[in-house]
Ligand binder design. Structure first.
Ligand code: ATP
Length: 458
């Protein structure tokens, strides 16, 4: 059975792309000019979802670990950084073009027999020789009259290097002792040869990276520990765990500096694809930055007779925008429902974990009239300090629930005539569609409790 046939979810890329646009999660960049390839804009629901995924990861890495601190380094770095890191020389993809249909491919992403026979996998035409293509975006800094090579600067292709060049600063300013980590979320840019599958592979994207510095000899243990922790993170986020698997880099994939590397792959509608990398980067990065900067980046181990050594680095590197695509695919569900008497009514629902849902609670008055709208606004005002809220008073209540289901809102609060009489409200749960009544004054504490106890069941 092919990998695609084992896909269990209701999501297809067409459905996800169209829902993302229709509901304002993601728009094509510069759409009115025909769109910009490899770039996407995050709309009102998308930016909330992205921020929440980022906050959730940040909390997991920094708030929950004493020994991990944060950093926000600049996108523009000294060009020597990229010589030291090996990107100028090695950050290349093998590129081939079809002479007949003009399609462009990464030679490592098409069947090897096509490359050896030099035949296009799409039209059978002749392929060009494989050539190396550097993925870094190159630009110039300062006033440049001609194409002055002296003023070349790159947009960073990964956030990790900003961490390595600040490693010594952070040890000194924060008195860090091994093992310790530095976490960073930020934009990265790669001139990708093929950008397809919506926001999966783009030229401008965001990464969530954490570099963990450890004593040589303890790296294998820490590598295994971080594999465990990253797996547990997705479990906590309520991701379908049978849609995740480990892929160990074989000898042909392993970067020359890496001692060991595993990817966490997710079963996207288009197949198993990398979501995050967990890598044992050995002493490579700090050794190279020592050589290229001339600065001594050895750690002085006060707990071990002031021995000096270059730490090993364990890296966890996830794409933020790719994780957003994963959560859309993972959360997407279609369900036949029979409430309100409509037998074959079907709803599309995003079953986001409440901690990342763009809207946590929507407040809906049953009717606009008779003071219900004012009452609902009043209740919303009470909730909005603590929760991301939405308010919707237009149309049939069933249709309003569907709209919130499709936006992934885990809770709806409905205000009706009984609310006016006795102050009770209806709390409706997205996943089960169950409804309970409770006093208005208990709403906030109940929501906190529900968010904390949330377990995905469907
Ligand atoms: P690939 O081989 O698929 O090009 P990679 O193995 O070079 O990717 P890494 O350098 O390990 O990727 O990047 C770490 C993470 O950053 C990836 O797991 C992915 O989630 C994210 N990422 C990398 N490139 C892109 C991109 N072009 N668009 C979106 N996310 C990306």
């Amino acid at each position: 059975m092919s990998e695609l046939q084992t896909y269990q979810g209701a999501a297809t890329m067409e459905k996800i792309t169209s829902l993302a646009k229709r509901r304002g999660f993601v728009f094509q960049s510069s759409e009115i000019y025909g769109g910009q390839n490899g770039a996407w804009d995050y709309g009102p629901l998308g930016v909330e979802l992205k921020n929440r995924i980022a906050q959730n990861w940040w909390k997991e890495m920094t708030q929950l670990h004493d020994e991990i601190v944060g950093l926000d380094a600049a996108i523009l770095m000294h060009p020597r950084t990229w010589e030291a890191s090996g990107h100028v020389e090695n950050f290349t993809d093998p590129l081939v073009d079809c002479k007949k249909c003009k399609a462009r491919f990464r030679a490592d992403q098409i069947p090897p027999e096509c490359v050896s026979a030099k035949k296009c996998p799409e039209c059978g035409g002749d392929l060009t020789d494989v050539r190396k293509f550097n993925l870094m975006f190159k630009t110039h800094i300062g006033p440049v009259e001609s194409n002055d090579d002296d003023n070349v600067i790159y947009l960073r292709p990964e956030t990790a290097q900003g961490i390595y060049v600040n490693y010594k600063n952070i040890i000194q300013s924060n008195r860090m002792k091994l093992p310790f980590g530095i976490a960073q979320i930020g934009k990265a840019f790669r001139n990708e040869i093929v950008t397809k599958n919506f926001i999966f592979r783009t030229c401008e994207f965001e990464q969530m990276e954490m570099q963990y510095f450890v004593k040589p000899g303890t790296d294998v243990e820490w590598f295994n520990e971080w594999k465990k922790r990253r797996w547990a993170y997705y479990e906590k986020l309520g991701v379908k765990m049978d849609h995740l698997r480990w892929h160990q880099h074989g000898a042909d994939e392993l970067a020359h500096y890496a001692k060991d590397a595993y990817d966490i792959e997710y079963l996207f509608p288009m197949g198993w694809k990398e979501l995050e990398g967990v890598h044992n980067r050995s002493q490579y990065d700090l050794t190279r930055h020592t050589d290229y900067s001339g600065k001594d980046l050895r750690y002085i181990d006060q707990d071990d007779g002031n021995k000096k050594y270059i730490p090993f680095i364990i890296e966890t590197s996830a794409g933020l925008t790719r994780t957003l695509l994963m959560t859309l695919c993972d959360a997407y569900d279609e369900e036949k429902i029979a409430d309100k008497g409509a037998e074959d009514d079907c709803r599309a629902v995003l079953r986001f974990h409440p901690t990342i849902a763009p809207i946590t609670v929507a407040v809906l008055p049953l009717q606009k009239k008779d003071g219900l709208a004012d009452l609902a606004q009043d209740i919303r005002a009470e909730l909005r300090e603590d929760f991301a809220t939405d308010y919707d008073q237009g149309g049939a209540i069933g249709r309003r629930y569907r709209r919130q289901d499709e936006a992934g809102t885990p809770f709806c609060v409905t205000i009706d005539y009984e609310t006016k009489e006795n102050g009770s409200v209806t709390l409706r749960f997205r996943d089960s569609m169950e409804q309970i009544r409770l006093p208005r004054g208990e709403l906030a504490s109940r929501l906190f409790q529900e968010i904390k106890a949330y377990k995905r069941t469907k």
